[in-house]
Design a protein around this ligand. Structure first.
Ligand code: MF3
Ligand code: CO
Length: 266
């Protein structure tokens, strides 16, 4: 499968979808505190996505015979990704929570995620968040025209493992565009110089998922929630990145004007 190269118009639309996804994620981050439920985050995400004229790419997303039932993915502590928001799940001081926002807008998808602390967290979890965030930055820096996908993968794996954590193998980053998942797959582990060549006009969702303990995961009986097999904490940071001759450009940047207008009219 060849990797789609976006046209000028496609890139404009990707910019728009990604700005919306980032603006919503930014807002959800500011809501996180002890005592709120993951359903509170879901409802705020759902409403903000609608207000910005977009649609959730998660809601109704089909995997096998199941459809994802919410507009956001909210994953707490040992939950790696695809946690289903619930009014029963109350965030507590010391938790870490991963927020994943994926939107559709004018035929294009923007995808981003981050993990944030709830109140005061342990130094060990602080380090897990920092290293995962840094691993994403290192991966993005390798998304250079002329490099290969394996250069992105290897940079992420090297940073994570040299800090004593492990990268999830069961799920990978991905191309993103007129659908949520396009070629190429972007593993968070691999060999420098391997994989497809990076060309200008690719839009890539780079997303290290990093476990405190072992890399193994399992899926809960709800069919969606992925947790670490050993029950240790997990972090997830993700950006959608455009490759250009001038270097990688992060498209999932929040738009201040949207944040302001939401808060004034909300
Ligand atoms: N960012 C996630 C991904 O790339 C979003 C999944 S949405 C869900 O897979 F519907 F699958 F939950
Ligand atoms: Co993704």
């Amino acid at each position: 499968m060849t990797i789609p190269i976006k046209s000028k118009d496609g890139i404009l639309r990707m910019r728009e979808a990604c700005a919306i996804a980032a603006t919503v994620l930014e807002h959800l981050k500011t809501m996180v505190r002890p005592g709120i439920t993951t359903q509170d985050l879901e409802e705020a995400g759902r409403d903000y996505i609608a207000r910005l004229g977009a649609k959730s790419a998660c809601f109704g997303y089909q995997h096998g015979s199941r459809r994802y039932p919410a507009h956001t993915c909210i994953s707490v502590n040992e939950e790696v990704v695809h946690g289903i928001p619930s009014f029963r799940r109350i965030l507590r001081d010391g938790d870490i929570v991963s927020l994943d926002v994926v939107v559709w807008h004018q035929g294009y998808v923007g995808d981003n995620a981050c993990t944030v602390p709830v109140g005061q967290i342990t130094a060990a979890n602080e380090k897990l968040l920092l290293v995962t965030r840094e691993a994403l930055d290192r991966g993005i820096k390798q998304a250079l025209v002329g490099n290969r996908i394996g250069d992105v993968s290897a940079a992420i794996q090297q940073h994570v493992e040299s800090n004593g954590f492990s990268v999830v193998r069961d799920m990978v980053g991905h191309g993103v565009g007129s659908s949520m998942h396009e070629p190429p797959e972007i593993p968070n582990f691999g060999r420098r110089g391997s994989g497809d060549k990076i060309k200008p006009g690719m839009t890539l969702a780079i997303e290290p998922m990093v476990n405190f303990g072992g890399y193994r995961t399992k899926t809960l009986s709800d069919g969606w929630t992925v947790v670490t097999a050993d029950g240790t904490a997990s972090a997830h940071f993700e950006h959608t990145v455009l490759t250009t001759e001038e270097g990688p450009e992060v498209l999932t940047k929040p738009r201040c004007s949207d944040i302001a207008s939401y808060h004034i009219s909300a």
